[in-house]
Design a protein around this ligand. Structure first.
Ligand code: ADP
Length: 497
């Protein structure tokens, strides 16, 4: 099947989070299964300076934005280790900027205009590149207008009638909302600016538009697909999502094991697998403790955290728990992240107060993320909500026991340790339900007790996790099946019309 995947982020071209991992890996896997994916993203500055070969196709685009026409150009690259074409939509005024969505001052003020341009450019590129795609797979709010343009502006245009659309929600909380006058930039009729379609509490909402106009919708875990149909995780779109529940499904993201595998990872101190993790992890832990200035001590559980430092990730549970535990010297923390300045500052202060127990690395470092995954004993993710989460999946592979809040993809992928799950050898981590620092602390104590008192049970949990297969090949087959159904129903609808 010919699929066009559109996203604002695609590894290794541009990344702020898990969205990029999905959009860079799923197409490669689809190609391995005999499909013909192509990928499109804006030619962000980071994408053009990532050191990846890019050719100028010489093909220009003229895109209507409100009352003006803005020109762009199409660059072509490839997903590494694949033959999947990647088309980058070049428009220097919009995309040659330091950030993808904004800079230290906040979101770019013209984000609506930038992504109207991108959405329209994707549809035009299909024609000028003669791509003959059967389905457009749009991802998150920056691509939310694509299904609408397809159904409205491109309805009845030769080559477009049978193109189906799938819209994937990677995070419902980011909706791309703009003031109502920005509707003029879209070029779409005001009649679509109503509460059933593009309007949301008086604003233009990109994500809602995608949910309304796409032929099918999915999200990145079955549990999150359920959770978003009710408040609060429905983020005020729960009624719409319930209305569309028949076309709403959940597919867990996969892991790229060519990048995240302790047996082949050259960024970590020692390589190991499910039979050699004892020695391997001990070496990685000691190196990490040394690197971060923590006490080098095998017997102290080392807790890892990597991620965006935002409210979603449960930092308001983690910080008080850190403060409470630090004077006891019972655990160590290796934290890598960036995000809210307030949270960054609080972490820095904690690390300064307890330098042998808490290391706070503020910033983005892929290498250090690998070393934390390999060197930590436990990986802590007490998220308020988590559409899928990738770090707990990396942790399972690296023998780093995930300790998570039971929500979204975390609930779908981590099996709590209980006498029953230990007995039937299904335990892979620790989890809790109430969103409270008491529940986090209690679960941490439960994990530390097992770490100290029952090494063989601990090793069993580690081994069970390491043996699991969260590779893309399973998820890609599920996506392929969803594409098939979506294309078939689109065709049936086109015939009826
Ligand atoms: P989200 O998409 O909500 O940010 P995920 O767990 O799905 O969370 O994916 C986050 C991805 O970004 C993972 O690959 C993680 O390793 C990476 N990541 C996040 N913050 C950092 C950081 N500061 N340094 C390195 N990698 C990071």
């Amino acid at each position: 099947m010919k699929i066009l995947l559109a996203s604002s982020e695609v590894v290794p071209f541009a990344k702020t989070g898990g969205l990029a991992d999905v959009c860079g890996t799923l197409p490669r896997e689809l190609a391995r299964w005999g499909h013909q994916p192509v990928v499109m993203l804006p030619a962000h500055r980071t994408a053009c300076s990532a050191g990846l070969p890019l050719d100028d196709t010489g093909i220009e685009l003229e895109i209507p934005i409100g009352t003006k026409h803005v020109s762009g150009r199409i660059l072509q690259g490839q997903l590494p280790s694949s033959s999947v074409p990647v088309y980058l939509i070049q428009q220097p005024e919009y995309f040659d900027r330091s950030g993808i969505y904004g800079d230290h001052q906040g979101d770019y003020a013209d984000n609506c205009e930038r992504f109207v341009f991108f959405c329209r450019a994707v549809l035009e590129a299909i024609r000028v590149l003669d791509l003959q795609v059967e389905l457009i797979h749009a991802n998150d709010w920056p691509t939310g207008l694509i299904p609408a343009y397809l159904r409205i502006e491109y309805a009845g245009r030769a080559g477009y009638e049978q193109i189906a659309s799938l819209f994937t929600i990677h995070n419902l909380a980011y909706q791309g909302t703009f003031w109502h006058w920005d509707m003029l930039l879209t070029g779409l009729d005001w009649k679509y600016f109503n509460w059933r379609q593009m309007e949301f509490h008086g604003q233009l909402n990109f994500l809602k538009t995608g949910l309304v106009f796409a032929d099918a919708i999915n999200t990145v875990s079955p549990q999150y697909a359920q959770e978003i149909q009710t408040p609060p995780l429905g983020c005020h779109l729960e009624d719409l999502l319930r209305h569309r529940h028949e076309t709403l499904s959940g597919i867990i993201n996969g892991v790229d094991y060519s990048v995240w595998n302790p047996a082949t990872d050259l960024q970590i101190a020692a390589r190991y697998d499910e039979t050699t993790f004892g020695e391997g992890k001990a070496a990685c832990k000691a190196e990490l403790q040394k690197e971060l200035g923590l006490s080098v001590a095998a017997e102290i559980p080392l807790l890892g955290i990597v991620g965006r430092l935002v409210d979603q990730k449960g930092l308001d549970l983690i910080l008080p728990t850190m403060r409470k535990m630090a004077p006891t010297g019972k655990v160590q923390w290796a934290v890598l992240g960036s995000g809210s300045q307030e949270l960054e500052e609080e972490l820095r202060q904690l690390a300064a107060e307890f330098p042998r127990q808490i290391a706070a690395c503020i910033g983005f470092s892929d290498q250090l993320a690998h070393r934390i995954e390999a060197g930590a004993d436990l990986f802590v993710m007490p998220s308020r909500y988590e559409p899928c989460g990738l770090n707990q999946l990396y942790s399972l592979k690296y023998g780093t026991v995930p300790l998570v809040r039971q929500t979204g993809g975390l609930a779908d992928t981590v099996t709590d340790t209980t006498p029953e799950t230990l007995a039937d050898k299904t335990a892979t981590g620790f989890s809790f339900v109430p969103y409270s620092s008491d529940a986090l602390l209690e679960t941490l104590n439960r994990a530390c007790d097992l770490f100290h008192n029952d090494p063989s049970a601990w090793q069993q949990i580690v081994r069970t996790g390491m043996r699991q297969d969260w590779s893309w090949s399973r998820s890609a087959q599920q996506y392929a099946a969803l594409y098939e159904v979506t294309v078939a129903s689109r065709r049936a609808e086109a015939v009826e019309l």
